[in-house]
Design a protein around this ligand. Structure first.
Ligand code: FAS
Length: 392
């Protein structure tokens, strides 16, 4: 196995894999280290929709064949409250674009295949332990290959930390060299994946006095649902019957409509927290995706931000390593942070719109109703929402 490369990429999620594909297309040498097996990584269900700009980015680099072949396009979402409902044709309002409903694990599968077909060096079951000399031009990454006792070390010019929200790379940045902005939102979420065909043609955001309920789309036979719960409420408190009866109650409308049930495939409670690490770089180490920032699933931004980070970083690394021009690399954080903060702001706005006030505050509940009426009746607010939501 080679022990020297231009770029070591830690993590084979959307960020690491897009970066790897972009670099190999540009002729820049890189090695990807992923702690899990290929099967595990390709089975991990997470995000479900790609924004318009993510779909364009993948198509621009010849990485969208799987998505074009299998993804459904969606441009309408529905809001429900007190038995009433209204839809927002966000795709049309944003200029005729759409979300692509394409589960993240399908995208990861495609990106792995294209990188390997291009001759890429992707080492699975290779867990990175530590990074060294990231403040120099010759950082090194130490990792353990499953089944081996000894550690291996890879030397590089640059290191990309694409290792997700709990990875090792961000921790290599000295405390004094970065500021971590964090917000623990006041709501909890139970996220449910079920073998149930969708009971709607478009995503539903339901505001209910007992809490938010969401019906998201994944495939023709699997759907994802969300239920607002008390932060830290364990999944054990949510047996199947309680999940389905709460979804029935919170999604109910005053007209013929019913929710199709199915076998529960996964239930987990999600921490609703946001994190942004500033800057997203230190010396020769560059953080991308959830390694640099975490956003709640409200608004479906996480995987899309990861792809956008990787695209900007790929261009900057190529310009430096191939053309000797550091400007874009030095400006990486400044380039990405405005869009990351706008996504955080939009996700918080949508959370406040659809979640029942955690403290039962009646005044806040009235403000929420007013905001939802404004979205229903004010075309310029609907147009703003559309652009933010679809990522036009
Ligand atoms: P990822 O976490 O995807 O990938 C990081 C990779 O690094 C992993 O494969 C990991 O194994 C590897 N790694 C970590 N430490 C390592 C080490 N020491 N050595 C080697 N490899 C290491 N986003 C949305 O947009 N919409 C959603 O609906 C949505 N739902 C979600 C549901 C759940 C349950 C979770 C957990 C997340 C959800 N997200 C959603 C967010 C999610 O999609 C992330 O934004 C996305 O995976 C970020 O991609 P990456 O930054 O590549 O990180």
């Amino acid at each position: 196995l080679r022990e020297d490369t231009a770029v070591v990429i830690v993590g084979a999620g959307p960020a690491g894999l897009l970066l790897a594909n972009r670099l190999i297309q540009e002729g820049v040498d890189c090695v990807v280290l992923e702690r899990h097996t290929r099967a595990a990584v390709e089975a991990r269900a997470r995000a479900g929709v790609l924004e318009h700009r993510s779909a364009e980015l993948l198509a621009r680099h010849g990485l969208a064949d799987g998505m074009h072949a299998a993804a459904a396009k969606h441009g309408t979402c529905e809001f429900r409250r007190d038995g009433t409902r209204f839809t927002v044709p966000y795709g049309e309002l944003a200029g005729g674009v759409a979300h692509w409903v394409y589960p993240q694990q399908f995208l990861v599968r495609d990106l792995i295949a294209s990188f390997l077909e291009a001759g890429g060096d992707l080492r699975f079951a290779a867990e990175v332990g530590e990074l060294a000399e990231v403040a120099t031009e010759r950082p090194s990454v130490t990792y353990r290959q499953a089944g081996e006792d000894r550690q291996r070390t890879l030397r590089a010019r640059l290191v990309a930390g694409c290792d997700g929200p709990k990875g090792v790379c961000a921790r290599q940045v000295p405390a004094g060299a970065r500021r971590v902005y964090e917000r623990q939102h006041e709501w909890g979420w139970l996220t449910v994946l079920a073998a149930a065909p969708p009971s709607t043609e478009h995503p539903i955001y339901a505001l209910h006095r007992r809490g938010f309920a969401g019906h998201m789309l994944r495939t023709a036979t699997v759907s994802r649902y969300y239920l607002q719960c008390v932060p830290g409420d364990p999944p054990e408190n949510w047996p199947a019957e309680r999940i389905w009866s709460e979804l029935d109650a919170r999604l109910a409308v005053d007209e013929p409509w019913s929710l199709t049930r199915g076998e529960l495939l996964e239930t987990r409670t999600l921490e609703m927290r946001s994190v942004v690490s500033v800057p997203m770089q230190h010396g020769s180490l560059y953080l991308a995706g959830d390694a640099a920032h975490v956003i709640t699933p409200v608004g479906a931004k996480g995987a899309n931000l990861a792809l956008a980070d990787a695209d900007v970083l790929a261009t900057a690394m190529t310009r430096y390593l191939r053309d000797g021009d550091r400007a874009a690399l030095d400006a990486y954080s400044d380039t990405r942070l405005p869009a990351i903060w706008r996504a955080q702001a939009f996700s918080r706005w949508l959370m406040e719109l659809v979640h029942a006030p955690a403290d039962g505050d009646g005044f806040a509940a009235q403000l929420q109703r007013a905001r939802m009426d404004e979205l229903r009746t004010n075309p310029s607010l609907a147009a703003w929402f559309a652009g933010q939501y679809v990522g036009a």
